[in-house]
Design a protein around this ligand. Structure first.
Ligand SMILES: Cc1ncc(COP(=O)(O)O)c(C=O)c1O
Length: 347
Protein backbone atom coordinates (compact mmCIF):
# COMPACT_ATOMS: atom_id res chain seq x y z
CA UNK A 1 0.00 0.00 0.00
CA UNK A 2 1.32 3.42 -0.95
CA UNK A 3 0.44 6.98 -0.04
CA UNK A 4 1.09 9.53 -2.76
CA UNK A 5 0.60 13.25 -3.11
CA UNK A 6 0.25 13.16 -6.92
CA UNK A 7 -1.09 10.54 -9.35
CA UNK A 8 2.45 10.14 -10.71
CA UNK A 9 3.48 8.74 -7.30
CA UNK A 10 1.19 5.79 -8.02
CA UNK A 11 2.81 4.78 -11.31
CA UNK A 12 4.56 1.39 -11.21
CA UNK A 13 4.78 -1.20 -8.40
CA UNK A 14 2.08 -3.24 -10.13
CA UNK A 15 1.05 -6.70 -8.93
CA UNK A 16 1.99 -10.02 -10.49
CA UNK A 17 -0.96 -12.36 -11.01
CA UNK A 18 -0.70 -16.09 -11.76
CA UNK A 19 -3.00 -17.25 -14.56
CA UNK A 20 -4.16 -20.43 -12.86
CA UNK A 21 -6.02 -21.98 -15.79
CA UNK A 22 -3.09 -21.76 -18.22
CA UNK A 23 -0.54 -22.66 -15.55
CA UNK A 24 -2.47 -25.85 -14.85
CA UNK A 25 -2.82 -26.65 -18.55
CA UNK A 26 0.87 -26.18 -19.32
CA UNK A 27 2.63 -27.21 -16.11
CA UNK A 28 4.41 -23.83 -16.17
CA UNK A 29 3.79 -20.89 -13.84
CA UNK A 30 2.40 -18.21 -16.14
CA UNK A 31 2.22 -14.75 -14.59
CA UNK A 32 0.69 -11.47 -15.74
CA UNK A 33 2.23 -8.16 -14.69
CA UNK A 34 -0.89 -6.11 -14.05
CA UNK A 35 -0.01 -2.88 -15.84
CA UNK A 36 -3.67 -1.87 -16.01
CA UNK A 37 -3.21 -0.94 -12.33
CA UNK A 38 -1.27 2.17 -13.32
CA UNK A 39 -3.35 5.34 -12.75
CA UNK A 40 -3.77 5.91 -16.50
CA UNK A 41 -4.76 2.27 -16.98
CA UNK A 42 -1.75 1.15 -19.02
CA UNK A 43 1.94 0.28 -19.10
CA UNK A 44 2.58 3.52 -21.00
CA UNK A 45 2.24 5.57 -17.81
CA UNK A 46 5.73 4.37 -16.93
CA UNK A 47 7.27 5.57 -20.20
CA UNK A 48 5.33 8.84 -20.00
CA UNK A 49 6.66 9.63 -16.53
CA UNK A 50 10.27 8.71 -17.33
CA UNK A 51 10.29 10.73 -20.58
CA UNK A 52 8.94 13.78 -18.74
CA UNK A 53 11.26 13.41 -15.75
CA UNK A 54 14.33 13.07 -18.00
CA UNK A 55 13.26 16.05 -20.14
CA UNK A 56 12.79 18.18 -17.04
CA UNK A 57 16.22 17.10 -15.74
CA UNK A 58 17.88 17.99 -19.05
CA UNK A 59 16.11 21.37 -19.19
CA UNK A 60 14.26 20.56 -22.44
CA UNK A 61 10.89 20.73 -20.68
CA UNK A 62 9.99 23.59 -18.36
CA UNK A 63 6.91 24.23 -16.26
CA UNK A 64 3.97 25.66 -18.22
CA UNK A 65 5.11 24.18 -21.56
CA UNK A 66 2.97 21.88 -23.70
CA UNK A 67 3.89 18.23 -24.20
CA UNK A 68 3.09 17.06 -27.74
CA UNK A 69 2.91 13.42 -28.74
CA UNK A 70 1.70 11.22 -31.56
CA UNK A 71 0.06 8.19 -30.00
CA UNK A 72 -2.21 5.20 -30.55
CA UNK A 73 -3.84 6.36 -27.31
CA UNK A 74 -2.29 4.88 -24.19
CA UNK A 75 0.84 7.04 -24.25
CA UNK A 76 -1.44 10.04 -24.75
CA UNK A 77 -3.45 9.08 -21.68
CA UNK A 78 -0.27 8.53 -19.65
CA UNK A 79 1.27 11.80 -20.78
CA UNK A 80 -1.97 13.71 -20.11
CA UNK A 81 -2.05 12.36 -16.58
CA UNK A 82 1.63 13.14 -16.00
CA UNK A 83 1.26 16.59 -17.60
CA UNK A 84 -1.65 17.68 -15.43
CA UNK A 85 -0.07 16.17 -12.36
CA UNK A 86 3.24 17.99 -12.82
CA UNK A 87 2.21 21.37 -14.28
CA UNK A 88 2.28 21.00 -18.08
CA UNK A 89 -0.28 21.12 -20.88
CA UNK A 90 -0.83 18.18 -23.18
CA UNK A 91 -1.61 17.91 -26.89
CA UNK A 92 -2.13 14.41 -28.29
CA UNK A 93 -2.24 13.52 -32.00
CA UNK A 94 -3.98 10.22 -32.65
CA UNK A 95 -5.11 8.27 -35.72
CA UNK A 96 -8.92 8.23 -35.90
CA UNK A 97 -9.24 4.44 -36.21
CA UNK A 98 -8.29 3.65 -32.62
CA UNK A 99 -10.79 2.61 -29.96
CA UNK A 100 -13.05 5.53 -28.96
CA UNK A 101 -12.48 4.41 -25.35
CA UNK A 102 -8.95 5.86 -25.56
CA UNK A 103 -9.94 9.14 -27.25
CA UNK A 104 -12.43 9.65 -24.44
CA UNK A 105 -9.82 9.08 -21.75
CA UNK A 106 -7.40 11.59 -23.28
CA UNK A 107 -10.16 14.22 -23.34
CA UNK A 108 -11.26 13.28 -19.80
CA UNK A 109 -7.73 13.99 -18.61
CA UNK A 110 -8.04 17.52 -19.93
CA UNK A 111 -5.64 17.13 -22.84
CA UNK A 112 -6.19 18.65 -26.26
CA UNK A 113 -6.78 15.92 -28.82
CA UNK A 114 -6.14 16.16 -32.56
CA UNK A 115 -7.21 13.16 -34.64
CA UNK A 116 -5.80 12.45 -38.11
CA UNK A 117 -6.53 9.90 -40.81
CA UNK A 118 -4.55 6.66 -40.50
CA UNK A 119 -1.92 6.75 -43.27
CA UNK A 120 1.38 4.93 -43.91
CA UNK A 121 4.44 6.24 -42.09
CA UNK A 122 5.94 7.63 -45.31
CA UNK A 123 2.98 10.05 -45.60
CA UNK A 124 3.72 13.43 -44.00
CA UNK A 125 0.22 13.40 -42.49
CA UNK A 126 0.98 10.33 -40.36
CA UNK A 127 0.25 11.04 -36.68
CA UNK A 128 3.97 10.81 -35.87
CA UNK A 129 4.99 13.50 -38.38
CA UNK A 130 1.98 15.66 -37.51
CA UNK A 131 3.03 15.73 -33.84
CA UNK A 132 6.66 16.42 -34.75
CA UNK A 133 5.76 19.30 -37.07
CA UNK A 134 3.43 20.85 -34.50
CA UNK A 135 6.15 20.70 -31.86
CA UNK A 136 8.71 22.24 -34.24
CA UNK A 137 6.52 25.29 -34.79
CA UNK A 138 6.59 26.56 -31.18
CA UNK A 139 9.35 26.96 -28.65
CA UNK A 140 6.94 26.29 -25.76
CA UNK A 141 6.05 22.84 -27.20
CA UNK A 142 8.07 19.73 -26.32
CA UNK A 143 7.78 16.56 -28.44
CA UNK A 144 7.99 13.40 -26.31
CA UNK A 145 8.82 11.14 -29.31
CA UNK A 146 8.21 7.79 -27.58
CA UNK A 147 9.62 5.81 -30.53
CA UNK A 148 13.11 7.34 -30.57
CA UNK A 149 13.30 8.71 -27.01
CA UNK A 150 15.02 5.94 -25.03
CA UNK A 151 13.84 7.31 -21.68
CA UNK A 152 10.91 5.08 -22.64
CA UNK A 153 12.98 1.86 -22.39
CA UNK A 154 14.82 3.29 -19.37
CA UNK A 155 11.53 3.33 -17.43
CA UNK A 156 11.40 -0.45 -17.75
CA UNK A 157 15.10 -1.01 -17.14
CA UNK A 158 14.93 1.06 -13.94
CA UNK A 159 11.49 0.03 -12.66
CA UNK A 160 9.53 -2.76 -14.35
CA UNK A 161 12.42 -5.21 -14.77
CA UNK A 162 13.57 -4.91 -11.11
CA UNK A 163 9.94 -5.34 -9.96
CA UNK A 164 9.59 -8.58 -11.95
CA UNK A 165 12.93 -9.85 -10.65
CA UNK A 166 11.89 -9.19 -7.06
CA UNK A 167 8.34 -10.52 -7.48
CA UNK A 168 9.53 -13.82 -8.97
CA UNK A 169 12.47 -13.98 -6.52
CA UNK A 170 14.70 -14.48 -9.53
CA UNK A 171 12.78 -17.57 -10.68
CA UNK A 172 11.71 -16.08 -14.04
CA UNK A 173 12.84 -18.26 -16.98
CA UNK A 174 10.96 -16.65 -19.89
CA UNK A 175 9.73 -13.11 -20.54
CA UNK A 176 7.12 -12.63 -23.28
CA UNK A 177 6.23 -9.25 -24.75
CA UNK A 178 4.57 -7.55 -27.67
CA UNK A 179 6.24 -4.42 -29.05
CA UNK A 180 5.02 -1.06 -30.28
CA UNK A 181 7.90 1.30 -29.61
CA UNK A 182 9.78 -1.64 -28.10
CA UNK A 183 10.32 0.24 -24.83
CA UNK A 184 8.81 -2.55 -22.74
CA UNK A 185 10.72 -5.44 -24.32
CA UNK A 186 13.98 -3.45 -24.50
CA UNK A 187 14.11 -2.16 -20.93
CA UNK A 188 12.91 -5.37 -19.33
CA UNK A 189 15.14 -7.64 -21.42
CA UNK A 190 18.18 -5.49 -20.69
CA UNK A 191 17.66 -5.54 -16.95
CA UNK A 192 16.54 -9.15 -16.59
CA UNK A 193 19.28 -10.60 -18.79
CA UNK A 194 21.83 -8.77 -16.68
CA UNK A 195 20.51 -10.70 -13.67
CA UNK A 196 20.16 -14.03 -15.51
CA UNK A 197 21.99 -14.42 -18.81
CA UNK A 198 20.10 -17.58 -19.85
CA UNK A 199 16.69 -15.93 -19.43
CA UNK A 200 14.69 -16.33 -22.66
CA UNK A 201 12.96 -13.29 -24.15
CA UNK A 202 10.11 -13.87 -26.61
CA UNK A 203 8.56 -11.27 -28.92
CA UNK A 204 4.93 -11.86 -30.00
CA UNK A 205 4.04 -9.95 -33.15
CA UNK A 206 0.56 -9.42 -34.65
CA UNK A 207 -0.46 -9.69 -38.30
CA UNK A 208 0.26 -6.46 -40.18
CA UNK A 209 3.54 -5.91 -38.29
CA UNK A 210 7.04 -6.38 -39.69
CA UNK A 211 9.09 -7.02 -36.53
CA UNK A 212 8.92 -10.81 -36.82
CA UNK A 213 10.07 -10.68 -40.44
CA UNK A 214 12.78 -8.15 -39.53
CA UNK A 215 14.21 -10.52 -36.92
CA UNK A 216 13.90 -13.51 -39.24
CA UNK A 217 15.15 -12.02 -42.53
CA UNK A 218 16.41 -8.52 -41.74
CA UNK A 219 13.56 -6.95 -43.71
CA UNK A 220 10.31 -5.30 -42.65
CA UNK A 221 7.65 -7.29 -44.47
CA UNK A 222 4.18 -7.10 -42.91
CA UNK A 223 2.75 -10.42 -41.79
CA UNK A 224 -0.31 -11.05 -44.01
CA UNK A 225 -3.56 -9.38 -43.13
CA UNK A 226 -4.08 -6.84 -40.40
CA UNK A 227 -4.79 -6.93 -36.70
CA UNK A 228 -7.35 -5.41 -34.37
CA UNK A 229 -4.63 -4.95 -31.75
CA UNK A 230 -3.69 -1.35 -31.01
CA UNK A 231 -0.43 0.28 -29.95
CA UNK A 232 1.68 -2.64 -31.14
CA UNK A 233 3.35 -3.81 -34.33
CA UNK A 234 5.54 -1.54 -36.44
CA UNK A 235 7.12 -1.39 -39.90
CA UNK A 236 10.39 0.35 -39.08
CA UNK A 237 13.36 0.00 -36.74
CA UNK A 238 13.25 2.54 -33.90
CA UNK A 239 15.76 3.34 -31.16
CA UNK A 240 13.77 1.72 -28.35
CA UNK A 241 13.30 -1.60 -30.13
CA UNK A 242 16.97 -1.54 -31.18
CA UNK A 243 17.92 -1.96 -27.52
CA UNK A 244 15.83 -5.14 -27.08
CA UNK A 245 17.58 -8.46 -26.48
CA UNK A 246 15.26 -10.97 -28.15
CA UNK A 247 15.84 -14.75 -28.28
CA UNK A 248 12.67 -15.96 -29.99
CA UNK A 249 9.81 -14.43 -31.95
CA UNK A 250 6.45 -15.65 -33.15
CA UNK A 251 3.69 -14.11 -35.27
CA UNK A 252 0.19 -14.99 -34.05
CA UNK A 253 -3.18 -14.23 -35.68
CA UNK A 254 -6.12 -12.34 -34.15
CA UNK A 255 -8.26 -15.48 -34.22
CA UNK A 256 -6.10 -16.95 -31.42
CA UNK A 257 -6.77 -13.87 -29.26
CA UNK A 258 -10.50 -14.56 -29.31
CA UNK A 259 -10.08 -18.11 -27.98
CA UNK A 260 -7.57 -17.10 -25.32
CA UNK A 261 -9.31 -13.95 -24.10
CA UNK A 262 -12.60 -15.82 -23.56
CA UNK A 263 -10.88 -18.78 -21.91
CA UNK A 264 -8.97 -16.62 -19.43
CA UNK A 265 -12.00 -14.45 -18.77
CA UNK A 266 -14.28 -17.40 -18.06
CA UNK A 267 -11.77 -19.50 -16.06
CA UNK A 268 -9.79 -16.84 -14.24
CA UNK A 269 -11.95 -13.70 -14.24
CA UNK A 270 -9.31 -11.71 -16.12
CA UNK A 271 -10.48 -9.42 -18.95
CA UNK A 272 -7.51 -8.94 -21.28
CA UNK A 273 -7.06 -6.07 -23.71
CA UNK A 274 -6.13 -7.14 -27.24
CA UNK A 275 -2.35 -6.61 -26.94
CA UNK A 276 -2.45 -8.39 -23.57
CA UNK A 277 -4.32 -11.30 -25.17
CA UNK A 278 -1.50 -11.50 -27.72
CA UNK A 279 1.01 -11.52 -24.86
CA UNK A 280 -0.85 -14.39 -23.19
CA UNK A 281 -0.98 -16.28 -26.51
CA UNK A 282 2.79 -15.79 -26.74
CA UNK A 283 3.20 -17.08 -23.18
CA UNK A 284 1.14 -20.18 -24.03
CA UNK A 285 3.28 -20.73 -27.13
CA UNK A 286 6.50 -20.33 -25.10
CA UNK A 287 5.15 -22.84 -22.54
CA UNK A 288 4.23 -25.26 -25.34
CA UNK A 289 7.74 -25.04 -26.78
CA UNK A 290 9.67 -25.13 -23.49
CA UNK A 291 7.73 -27.89 -21.73
CA UNK A 292 6.58 -27.82 -18.10
CA UNK A 293 8.37 -26.38 -15.08
CA UNK A 294 9.18 -22.89 -16.36
CA UNK A 295 8.26 -19.55 -14.81
CA UNK A 296 6.91 -17.30 -17.54
CA UNK A 297 6.05 -13.61 -17.14
CA UNK A 298 4.11 -11.43 -19.54
CA UNK A 299 2.15 -8.17 -19.37
CA UNK A 300 -1.48 -7.12 -19.10
CA UNK A 301 -0.60 -3.90 -20.93
CA UNK A 302 -3.85 -2.04 -20.41
CA UNK A 303 -7.43 -2.29 -19.16
CA UNK A 304 -9.51 -4.88 -20.98
CA UNK A 305 -12.27 -2.29 -21.15
CA UNK A 306 -10.21 -0.39 -23.75
CA UNK A 307 -10.81 -3.30 -26.12
CA UNK A 308 -14.57 -3.51 -25.56
CA UNK A 309 -15.45 -1.99 -28.94
CA UNK A 310 -13.23 -4.44 -30.83
CA UNK A 311 -12.08 -7.68 -29.14
CA UNK A 312 -15.33 -8.00 -27.19
CA UNK A 313 -17.70 -6.68 -29.87
CA UNK A 314 -19.27 -9.58 -31.87
CA UNK A 315 -20.38 -7.29 -34.71
CA UNK A 316 -16.89 -5.82 -35.13
CA UNK A 317 -15.36 -9.31 -35.07
CA UNK A 318 -17.84 -10.62 -37.66
CA UNK A 319 -17.06 -7.68 -39.95
CA UNK A 320 -13.37 -8.51 -39.71
CA UNK A 321 -14.12 -12.08 -40.78
CA UNK A 322 -13.23 -13.58 -37.40
CA UNK A 323 -15.10 -16.64 -36.23
CA UNK A 324 -16.95 -16.85 -32.93
CA UNK A 325 -16.58 -20.65 -33.05
CA UNK A 326 -13.67 -20.64 -30.66
CA UNK A 327 -10.91 -23.21 -30.87
CA UNK A 328 -10.78 -25.36 -27.68
CA UNK A 329 -7.76 -24.43 -25.59
CA UNK A 330 -6.30 -27.96 -25.70
CA UNK A 331 -6.29 -27.78 -29.51
CA UNK A 332 -4.69 -24.34 -29.47
CA UNK A 333 -2.03 -25.64 -27.07
CA UNK A 334 -1.40 -28.71 -29.27
CA UNK A 335 -1.06 -26.44 -32.32
CA UNK A 336 1.49 -24.28 -30.47
CA UNK A 337 3.46 -27.43 -29.55
CA UNK A 338 3.73 -28.17 -33.29
CA UNK A 339 4.61 -24.57 -34.22
CA UNK A 340 8.37 -25.12 -34.07
CA UNK A 341 9.04 -24.15 -37.72
CA UNK A 342 7.26 -20.84 -37.45
CA UNK A 343 9.29 -19.68 -34.47
CA UNK A 344 12.36 -17.53 -35.05
CA UNK A 345 15.31 -18.33 -32.79
CA UNK A 346 18.26 -16.01 -32.40
CA UNK A 347 21.40 -17.80 -33.57
C1 LIG B 1 -2.12 -1.54 -25.33
C2 LIG B 1 -0.64 -1.48 -25.59
N1 LIG B 1 0.06 -2.61 -25.47
C3 LIG B 1 1.38 -2.64 -25.73
C4 LIG B 1 2.06 -1.50 -26.12
C5 LIG B 1 3.51 -1.62 -26.51
O1 LIG B 1 4.41 -1.12 -25.60
P1 LIG B 1 5.82 -0.58 -26.08
O2 LIG B 1 5.58 0.73 -26.77
O3 LIG B 1 6.58 -0.43 -24.80
O4 LIG B 1 6.43 -1.56 -27.01
C6 LIG B 1 1.35 -0.31 -26.25
C7 LIG B 1 2.04 0.90 -26.68
O5 LIG B 1 1.48 1.95 -26.86
C8 LIG B 1 -0.02 -0.29 -25.97
O6 LIG B 1 -0.75 0.82 -26.10
Amino acid sequence: MRTGSRPTDLIGQTDLLRINSLSQLTGCDIFLKCEFQNPGGSIKDRAALQMVQDAVSSGALERGMTIVEGTAGNTGIGLALVAKSLGFNMLAVMPNDQAPEKERMIALHGAELRTVNPVPFRDENHFYHTARKMAEQRSDFWWANQFENTSNARAHELQTGPEIWEQTKGAIDILVSVAGTGGTIAGNSRFLKQQKSDLQVWLTDPDGSGLYSYLRNGEFVAAAGGSMTEGIGIMRLVENFKQAKVDAAVNLPDQDLLALSRYVRDRDGIVLGSSSALNVAGALCAAAQSGPGKTIVTFACDLGERSSSKLYNPEYLRNRGLSMALEPITELFARYKDAGDSIWWNG
